[in-house]
Design a protein around this ligand. Structure first.
Ligand code: EPZ
Length: 440
């Protein structure tokens, strides 16, 4: 599996293009099932979760392969409508295949999804939406058997603007007769990208980005060529890295409007940020200072996925900053790891108070989940000495090559593959072996 070796204490300088968006490409890959024919997905990030989606598509009888840097999916030969448990457990987004398979085949069989452990992550809203469209769903010991002779357009009111439930409802509604109106829909930019992809395939959908999305279903969809939007959370991670370590950098290929709450927080803390067209430049010279409470919320509120990396950027700020995690119950698992570096964070339920410290020191760390792992990288850049970050499979789920991107900004970050099995990389004997190997 391997570890990241991060030498902290250096200011950053450089430019990097932001990778394609994980949370956009995953629902788009599920949506390819609705399009009979070939879909070419450009700017598709090479992630563990994308690999998991490719495995699901191939299991369903579709072809999916990389050609000249794009992912080419052809679903014409699809011949299966069930997804095995081990593929479902790979990630949360596997559940988005439910709406697409149901719309295409009139039936689907799968189990509950896996993904980052951020507290309870039910799919009740997904199932309620699909039932409203006419699906008959039975839970048999954790296996969901879904039947829908005919899906019919209807009004779906989501009790909360769930990203996944909105995506599943849109995909199933494409296969339904008549018009579906999704109220209190999620407004994330990734939903807009999904709409753009489906419209290119011939669908009639409008309203993505607002709380009301309308789908005129029952239209045959065809393949298309689509370029994925940039990953605003990967961009937030890189901005937080510069804020933590100091220096200056330019991010390219990113829509700064999608990051307004993140850049506002970093500016308030003392960073100088300039945004134009598809670039964001950031500079940080003086010590950061604390900011007003950061409350995570559905888009356009402050993204829960950027909470951990912003927290890591503020560990050495002057004063104390309060974080309130409103989306997930258990999204502070990175806090204990950050404390190993000398961070001072107090957690009480969904509230965390970051008390800025003068300095941090390198440590041996373990990623706890995707964004928690990224936060360890950010903090390690601000620490004196070297840090070792293990459990990289979490980070690989959502970052194409975080070491490469941080090195482009002048950071000293190396990925060292290790012979030790996953989860053993940080054991003392493994570290000893590695030290010998690295010193050779
Ligand atoms: C998406 O997850 C993202 N994942 C998450 O990013 C992100 O944190 C989340 O949206 C919120 O922005 C992808 O897009 C692949 P939700 P999703 O349904 O769809 C509750 C990352 O780091 N809920 O909007 O799972 C749920 O428990 C990941 O990239 C129900 O109660 O999020 C949560 O508290 C992590 N019932 C809240 O809603 C449901 O049926 C928001 O969840 C569905 C959700």
């Amino acid at each position: 599996m391997g570890i990241l070796l991060v030498d902290g204490g250096r200011t950053l300088q450089g430019q990097v293009e932001v990778q394609g968006a994980k949370n956009s490409v995953l629902p788009i890959l599920a949506a390819t099932i609705l399009a009979c024919g070939q879909c070419v997905i450009k700017h598709c990030p090479r992630l563990r979760d994308v690999d998991a989606s490719i495995q699901i598509l191939r299991h369903l009888g579709c072809s999916a392969q990389w050609e000249s840097g794009a992912l080419v999916v052809d679903t014409a030969q699809m011949n299966c409508c069930s997804i095995p448990d081990e593929l479902m457990r790979e990630m949360r987004s596997s559940v988005i295949f439910l709406g697409a398979v149901l719309a295409r085949c009139g039936q689907a069989e799968l189990s509950y999804p896996g993904g980052c452990e951020l507290g309870p992550r039910p799919i009740d809203l997904h199932l309620t939406a699909l039932r409203a469209l006419g699906a008959d769903i039975e839970d048999r010991g954790g296996t969901l058997r879904c039947q829908a002779e005919k899906l019919c357009g209807t009004e779906i009111v989501l009790s909360l603007p769930s990203v996944g439930a909105t995506e599943n409802a849109i995909l199933a509604a494409c296969g339904a007769e008549g018009t579906t109106v999704i109220c209190n829909a999620a407004r994330e930019p990734e939903i807009m990208d999904l709409q753009e992809f489906l419209v290119k395939c011939g669908a009639r959908i409008h309203g993505a980005g607002s709380s009301t999305v309308t789908v005129e279903g029952g239209r045959p969809l065809h393949g298309c060529v689509h370029r994925c939007i940039a990953d605003r959370i990967a961009a937030a991670t890189l901005l937080s890295a510069v804020a933590a370590a100091g220096g200056e950098a330019v991010l390219t290929g990113v829509d700064y409007r999608q990051l307004s709450t993140v850049t506002a927080a970093l500016s308030e803390a003392g960073c100088r940020i300039r945004s134009q067209n598809s670039t964001i430049s950031i500079a940080r010279r003086d010590r950061l200072h604390c900011i007003r409470p950061v409350r995570t919320a559905p888009y356009p509120g402050f993204p829960t996925d950027a909470q951990a990396v912003l927290m890591a950027a503020l560990l050495r700020s002057a004063g104390a900053t309060v974080f309130v995690e409103n989306i997930f119950e258990n999204r502070y698992r990175h806090v204990d790891e950050l404390a190993r570096m000398g961070a001072d964070i107090r957690v009480e339920g969904r509230v965390a108070v970051v008390c800025g410290v003068e300095s941090l020191h390198g440590a041996t760390l373990r990623s706890t989940d995707l964004r928690g792992g990224a936060a360890l990288c950010v903090a390690a850049l601000a620490a004196q000495g070297q840090s070792e970050i293990g459990e990289l499979h979490h980070i690989d789920r959502g970052y194409e090559d975080i070491a490469r991107d941080l090195r482009a900004l002048g950071a000293s970050v190396r990925r060292v593959e290790s012979e030790e099995p996953h989860g053993e990389e940080n054991k003392p004997e493994a570290q000893a072996k590695r030290k010998i190997r690295l010193s050779v």
